[in-house]
Ligand binder design. Sequence first.
Ligand SMILES: Nc1ncnc2c1ncn2[C@@H]1O[C@H](COP(=O)(O)OP(=O)(O)OP(=O)(O)O)[C@@H](O)[C@H]1O
Ligand SMILES: [Mg+2]
Length: 410
Amino acid sequence: MKKILLIEALANSGPYVLDAARQLGAHVFVATHEDVYESYPAALRDKIHGTVFTDLTDPERALADLAAFAETTGIDAVAGCWEFFTPLVAHLARRLGLPGNDPRCAQASRNKAEMAQAFSAGRVPAPRTVGVRTAAQAAQALDRAGIGFPVVVKPAEQGGSWGVSVVAGPAELGTAVRHAQSWPVAGPHGLRMDPRVVIQEYVHGPEFSLDTVVWRDTCFHLPVVEKHTTGGAYRAETGHTCPAVLPPADLRGLRAATEQALRALGIRNGVAHTELKIPPEGGPVVIEVGARLPGDHLVDVVRRASGIDEARAYLQAVLDEKPDVATSREGACAIRFLTPPRAGTFHGVTVLGRHTALVHQHITTAPGETVGSAHDNSARVGHLLLTAPTPAQVNADAAHVLAHTRIEVS
Ligand SMILES: Nc1ncnc2c1ncn2[C@@H]1O[C@H](COP(=O)(O)OP(=O)(O)OP(=O)(O)O)[C@@H](O)[C@H]1O
Ligand SMILES: [Mg+2]
């Protein structure tokens, strides 16, 4: 029986990793903090073989504690779910002599300021980026770099589009930088975030994500996913469709840009979630990479569309087995997030009529809770999952079902 040490399971992909481990006949030990473990849902705890408690906000201590645990327990592989702990995953794997990513550049997979530097050094097609510490530095930094408006302002460390805004001109720059600095600490561990803010040129065009399992430096790409976001100043994701319909040259371009990005970040053995845009005037541009499985239930979306279980393929890679990414289904799947039409008190969601494409609906907000407007992914009240034989059909079905969905807020 193989033993896997998973650093923090409380993430969107956590349950998928635990299910995949069971399928592979492996035991999973989860590293977390005792207080965070208290907040694990019972369904998540039930999937875990054992736990090891440490302080994940103190990388030196966590590394020492987890290395000692791994040696006494006989751990065969180290895995992660949470973006902020991917550097710890890389360092621990190296310390134990197990397959993993290059720890020397692992920080650049978590921090967008360092990622921009790694991309520039690796000649990865990516938006030109400057890093600033204060709103006062922003205009000058852009000027020096020759970056014109519109620009995208985002925290060096965050996720879920928190603090990300598109800025049309210099007048809004200060507010956007301060907005990006609004979350100095990330829950649930209380991890201190880099206060720097990155500002980058705005890339036009449709957006995609491409997940890649990497085993012994070889990339195994999963189907490309089309990403749907809100327009305007705040770019929250509204949904995803798998697979994206793309001409072969675009698919090749997305894969090539992704492989360049993964090389620049030292991603050699594990999994990566890469977000890219294809501007009308040129080849694909990498927006960001996470050295982790995707969030947004994309593991489920990809599996329903293609039959590929990327959580299992990821665990195979860290167990040093060839990842199985063979397509066993030729269909399409869409996820659509439900966001309230305005801020207020949430009452519920009603889907009118019967829809054969609608295979799952999940409401995550309780009636009576206060909901905000859709500035970032925290405004979601739930999601719908749809399947159909083709991407065009599933997109049409999703639009139809959403048109018949009422999200009640007063
Ligand atoms: N340079 C850019 N040009 C155009 N759009 C961008 C750019 N950077 C970010 N965006 C838009 O903002 C969204 C969120 O940005 P980004 O992915 O960098 O932040 P994040 O907080 O890590 O988001 P998430 O966790 O939701 O993927 C992107 O998915 C994209 O739609
Ligand atoms: Mg992103």
